[in-house]
Design a protein around this ligand. Structure first.
Ligand code: SAH
Length: 226
């Protein structure tokens, strides 16, 4: 019977070692690994993909979108360097898996998703599993979430052609933005953008990645459609 969730963690740890030269981290923090073991990825993938839920690859979640590869979820979470006091914004709720991981590590998670069906399915999952520190809004994440800013961490789980200016503005002092940047289905690079306490912005390239595109379209808000 193998322990598939444990194998997933072992694979993530192994890939962290292989990629240490690029990422600057040979292992992820204990907190990140604990968060990954606390959230059942199987509960966030469609029933047809349950068998593959613990493989280290992306999987379709409907509406042409994907749940990211577990190693990438771990890496991006680690790059945010969250503390139990952190307030974090996610752009691209998708299945809700990444938000659930963040919710283990941060005080409050805000997550934006432009596809209503996905936003609602994620909300239902969070209610079912008793998460009380995740708020999902159906809106264009390109604009961030002004009412909830500033954020200690911002994670974008879709690839932007450029860093959305609002996200830089909504990053608090000492905060980190982790975002894939590059053309749709072309070469994308994962960036860690840090706002120094002085206000200066520092950008570090981490590694090449493949994400679904961030779609900058205005008309996706609950408020404007209901
Ligand atoms: N973090 C997700 C993976 C999401 S895939 C998970 O753990 O499952 C990327 C998601 O970003 C998709 O659901 C897509 O609909 C959403 N997205 C793309 N552009 C967006 C935008 N401008 N605002 C909000 N969400 C967006």
């Amino acid at each position: 019977m193998g322990d598939k969730p444990q194998q997933m963690l072992d694979t993530i740890a192994a890939e962290a070692r292989y990629t240490a030269g690029m990422t600057g981290r040979a292992q992820f923090s204990e907190g990140v690994m604990r968060a990954l073991s606390a959230v059942d990825r199987g509960a966030f993938v469609p029933p047809a993909y349950r068998e593959q839920a613990y493989d280290n690859g992306p999987l379709p979640i409907g509406n042409g979108q994907t749940i990211s590869q577990p190693y990438i979820v771990a890496l991006m979470t680690d790059l945010l360097e969250l503390t139990p006091d952190s307030v974090v914004l996610e752009v691209g709720t998708g299945s809700g898996y990444q938000a659930a991981i963040l919710a283990q590590l941060a005080r409050q998670v805000y997550s934006l998703e432009r596809i209503r069906e996905l936003a609602e399915a994620a909300r239902k999952r969070f209610a079912k599993f008793g998460y009380t520190n995740i708020e999902v809004r159906c809106a264009n994440g390109y604009d961030g979430w002004q009412d909830r800013a500033p954020f200690d961490g911002i994670i974008v789980t879709a690839a932007a052609s450029e860093i959305p200016p609002a996200l830089i503005e909504q990053l608090g002092p000492g905060g980190r933005l982790v975002i894939p940047v590059g053309p749709p289905y072309g070469y994308q690079e994962l960036l860690q953008v840090t706002r120094k306490p002085s206000g200066d912005i520092h950008t570090r390239k981490i590694l090449g990645v493949a994400f679904v595109p961030l779609i900058n379209e205005q008309d996706t808000d609950d408020a404007t459609r209901r």
